[in-house]
Write a new protein. Structure first.
Length: 284
């Protein structure tokens, strides 16, 4: 961890789940190692060894049951600094439900798995009405999309200039195919919106799982840095998903190398400060 030593670390993106084959169908045979439960007791030794002070637990299943379970885990495990949960944003009952959920200070944002939705989902009237309630509640919205959905996300963000957005996994660029230019152009355009932050996460699973190198990831990190600057980039591990291609500590070390040209203050921003700001984390 040469480039992250003595920096206060926040992991802005990790998951917990009770594994069930029917509910986690996206975990295919290539990810067989993920077909089990992942709980705080499994992550705590990893973050302790890596010097991570806190994490953001992010939804992996689109149910209120899971959101409430994650909030219970955050209550019982102080290292979980916040939860990005799921709620039925497009339903008429959402504003009232949001009032109830937002009473829990550990809820810092919501997310929907848009990458699995048909084109045009982010233009839906009911969904956009729901998003309007988030800014009033002081919660962020995590944008989970793939690279081809970036233009749709740009139009979506433009409808909500006062809402804090966090782009997950750099919009999943096609790293394994070395596709860069179109993604980079769209990222630059999205980053012109000052209310959008971006996570340096999920990269090794978009690269060749067994042959990725710092050199293969560097162009994507450099493009993200140029677009968002360190002020709006944040570190995330995507644990346990990342473990199909990297250990927890290996990914932190890799990000340290990828950010080697930054000053200590700038690295501190990526490794902690941006997450604290974007999610309004208390006590940081």
């Amino acid at each position: 961890m040469n480039n992250t030593e003595r920096i206060h670390l926040i992991d802005a993106h990790q998951h917990f789940w009770h594994y069930d084959a029917a509910e986690y169908g996206w975990i295919d045979d290539s990810m067989a190692s993920l077909r089990r439960d992942f709980r705080p007791s499994g992550l705590y030794p990893e973050i302790t060894q890596a010097g991570v002070a806190g994490t953001i637990a992010v939804q992996a299943r689109q149910t209120l049951e899971e959101t409430k379970w994650l909030l219970e885990l955050a209550r019982d495990n102080s290292f979980i600094r916040g939860v990005v949960g799921w709620a039925p944003i497009a339903e008429a009952s959402f504003p009232k439900l949001l009032e109830e959920l937002a009473e829990n200070p550990k809820l810092v944002g919501l997310r929907h798995v848009v990458q699995a939705e048909p084109d045009g989902f982010l233009a839906g009237a009911a969904f956009n009405e729901g998003i309007k309630a988030l800014a009033k509640a002081g919660l962020a919205y995590d944008i989970l999309i793939v690279e081809r959905q970036l233009p749709e996300a740009i139009a979506f963000v433009d409808r909500h200039p006062n809402q804090a957005f966090v782009l997950d996994h750099l919009a999943k660029p096609r790293i394994a195919e070395a596709q860069l230019e179109r993604w980079a152009r769209n990222m630059t355009e999205l980053a012109e919106r000052e209310n959008v932050y971006c996570k340096l996460s999920g990269m090794v699973t978009e690269a060749d799982w067994h042959r990725w190198t710092i050199a293969s990831l560097q162009p994507y990190v450099d493009a993200a840095l140029e677009a968002f600057t360190p002020r709006r980039l944040m570190f995330g591990s995507d644990w346990p998903v990342c473990t199909v291609a990297s250990t927890y500590n290996q990914w932190i070390s890799a990000v340290g190398e990828l950010l080697a040209k930054l000053s200590g203050e700038e690295r501190g921003r990526v490794f902690a400060g941006t997450a604290v700001e974007a999610y309004s984390l208390k006590g940081s």
